[in-house]
Design a protein around this ligand. Sequence first.
Ligand SMILES: Cc1cc2nc3c(=O)[nH]c(=O)nc-3n(C[C@H](O)[C@H](O)[C@H](O)COP(=O)(O)O)c2cc1C
Length: 424
Amino acid sequence: MITAPPLHRSVAGHGTDQDTLPRAAAHPAIHPRLVVPGSEDGPLGLAAERALGTYDKGRYGTDPALLMDTLEASGLRGRGGAAFPAHIKWRGVAAGDGPRVVVANGEEGEPASFKDRWLLTHRPHLVLDGLLLAARTVGAGRAVVYLSHPLTVAAVRTALAELAEHDAESAARIEIHTVEPTYVAGEESAVCQSVNGGPALPTAKPPRPHECGVDGRPTLVSNVETVAHAAWISRHGADAYRTEGTRTSPGTMLVTLSGACARPGVYEVPLGLTVGSLFAEVGGGLNDGVHGFLMGGWFGGVVGLEGTGTTVCYDAMRAAGSGLGCGAVTALGPDDDPLRVAARIAAWYADESAAQCGVCVNGTKAIRDTFARLADGTGSAADHTRLARWGLTLSGRGACSFLDGAATLARTTTAVYSASFPTS
Ligand SMILES: Cc1cc2nc3c(=O)[nH]c(=O)nc-3n(C[C@H](O)[C@H](O)[C@H](O)COP(=O)(O)O)c2cc1C
């Protein structure tokens, strides 16, 4: 379950309501690749997608080596959070022995992100095309779409049925795997364990999925937005892809803007704008009194108002001590008391821990209880010191990176909002 709704106003009033989805728009200065005209309000059907070139193997479509080189030249980086160069990961799987498996990860457990839900419900054929492309490129016999939200499941089922009428062979290669929504269910080893019939919980590494994943085979787990960009690149080429974005973060990306701004929503934007210009140019402007941001969703921690000047590109974000993650940015306004916000997110971390590693169970609970004390006014200066220490010492612990998110929350909140903590 997504156990806590995004902070006050999330996405155009849609929150985490399971029956409604956000609308999306493209930055006015780009030729959109994902949020194309006609897709804003509902799913693009097969005929409309084919008119755009979807499922047309085209110039790059048949030769795996050429596809891999094109992917490398494009500089595409994964959109699932870690921003790993796609071609390195795809080549790693292709180098494995025997039949491989590809999984398009559309679980999207991050509470502040809605972009995968938008993509799956508005461009399901583009995702399926990207998945088939990934299967061809890495030499996979099995292709799986991994989903949890009921609306995404319905949209992909409908698209697959449509595809079956046109290309039964391709449609028959794709399976849909559904899973109960939890935050850790989207982590790649949890994805593989779930597709294998087990619980959607992270497993110990090594081995990593690219070595031994679904069916014990080399498995590519790729975010649905990543495979959608790959499908676009296969049709238009690497140079066309690089006409937007920066040298190290090329292309466009889907961002989810929420919180204290005029027009929360999902937007396709070129990489390389600043956070401030994102909110100004597509988010309708920041509300008065904004004092910071949740960067990269609930996983990425907080940055102060100086974050408006940070460039939305993977390297600049990292250099600023933050991360772009899945592209979710929440503006914190005057109603968002930093300690209450942190307490709410910390409570969510304690709820969402897979409870497999002692350090995660104890660490998330300790962070939750400490922020709760601070939020209700019973905390002390020692709590500030404790949280700052845990922010450093708990990082990198546990079987998956889940605890890193709680540690980052502690580390960044104590640093950015130190003035909000008690002094005695
Ligand atoms: C706790 C946790 C949760 C994750 N949830 C998701 C998710 O919901 N969707 C997703 O695409 N990646 C998620 N990831 C990242 C995946 O493990 C994996 O890196 C990603 O699917 C790879 O896609 P990419 O290479 O296209 O970015 C999560 C990672 C962690 C540590």
